[in-house]
Design a binder for this molecule. Sequence first.
Ligand code: FES
Length: 176
Amino acid sequence: MKNNSRRGFMGKAFGAVAGVGAVASLYAMKRSWDPLPSVKAAGFTTLDMSAYKENELVVEKWRGKPIFVLKQSEEMTKKAQENPKDIERLIKVGDAYFMVTIGLCTHLGCIPGYNSEEESFLCACHGGTYDYTGEVTKAPPPRGLDIPPFKIDGMKLVLGEEGPEYKKMKETGVTL
Ligand code: FES
């Protein structure tokens, strides 16, 4: 009798442990089916726009692509303001204007280089050029450098989110 109840207790205890183990392994399996939190967040890159220096190109990364960030100097901003096509390509964060584009030539995808003295980009593959706003100035690139989706959040720029400023740019067709 005593033995039976001990067996019963052991059986229940084993069953309980096995049950917890099964739930845990099901949970682990479900976790491995779900995308990892870091992968979900990987579609976004947050840039602190107060960290950039005027006329100094910084190459960031978003979804595996190079992102050009070029803070405009006062003189560059003035020049851009004279041409509506130029100023509409720039993003205003705080008091400063920035060129933020995907750093791939719109011809065949090479990475253009920036010459800060000439304030222009040259794509060495086939000689295409762009100005300091990313607008194309010499073929063969068919258009300016593409502008990635962004959202302005104070002094931060979140790449991968479509904020109202990006949507406005998209409507004018300037982003592609
Ligand atoms: S890939 Fe840039 S000019 Fe051809």
